[in-house]
Design a protein around this ligand. Structure first.
Ligand code: FES
Length: 238
């Protein structure tokens, strides 16, 4: 039999298995906690700190996606302190993100943009160096833009744990940290199988599919390059 614990989240009592995280327990009772780096069972690394919550008796706010539940725990997910901390974290992420939203492929379908709207982030107060890295568009399928990467690690996890390929990983350290194939290789030179799972889980436009127009330009520039151009299905005569 599964051992259970009872805790209180936003004044609602909930009984959940002992191995649940606070985030999982909150979702059981329909409480929405924002997440960014979290992918259930695949990427649970507590990197982005968007899911911070207040736990009675704890000194600091905790990342609910990795914090286990315990008997009698009292959690608050929507206090002023929590909202301000999430907002500050989001601004820090945005401060080093190329915010050309209007020209971005993911405009209107970007998790970072949605979070900024939900948390009412209009301006980014933090100023400083912004990364300027080379966009890797050498492969025939995938474009990798490190300037938009928020280092959530979702693509790294899905590439290694789900697909078992391990092409993408964290490279360099500190401000220079990047998600890329090892030894700064292009996606075109890495053993990528172009399954597209990294694109599926990317919350922003750091990884995206190459458009047909870009593929045509590739073919014009280098006719020997392997180019896949999708064409509309042939229309059959009746
Ligand atoms: Fe919990 Fe990113 S979702 S730290």
């Amino acid at each position: 039999m599964v051992e259970k614990v009872t805790l209180t989240i936003d004044n609602v009592k909930v009984e959940v298995p002992k191995d649940y995280t606070i985030l999982e327990a909150a979702r059981e009772i329909g409480i929405d906690i924002p997440t960014l780096c979290y992918l259930k069972d695949i990427n649970e690394i507590g990197a982005c700190r968007m899911c911070l919550v207040e736990i009675e008796g704890a000194r600091n706010l905790q990342a609910s996606c990795v914090h286990p539940v315990s008997e009698g725990m009292v959690v608050r997910t929507n206090t002023k302190k929590v909202r301000e901390a999430r907002k500050a974290n989001l601004e820090l992420i945005l401060s080093n993100h190329h915010r050309d939203c209007l020209a971005c492929f993911r405009n209107g379908n970007c998790e970072l943009q949605t979070l900024a709207e939900n948390l009412n982030v209009k301006n980014v107060e933090f100023e400083g160096e912004i990364k300027k890295k080379t966009i890797d568009d050498l492969s025939h399928s995938i474009v990798r833009d490190p300037n938009k990467c928020i280092l959530c690690g979702r693509c790294v996890a899905v590439c290694s744990k789900v697909q078992g390929i391990g092409v993408l990983s964290f490279t360099n350290r500190g401000f220079d940290t990047e998600v890329a194939p090892a030894f700064d290789k292009s996606m075109a030179d890495a053993p990528c199988i172009y399954c597209g799972q990294c694109i599926n889980v990317c919350p922003v436009a750091a990884l995206r599919e190459k458009t047909d127009i870009e593929r045509v330009w590739d073919a014009i520039e280098d006719p020997n390059k392997h180019v896949i151009v999708q064409t509309a299905p042939a229309v059959r005569a009746a």
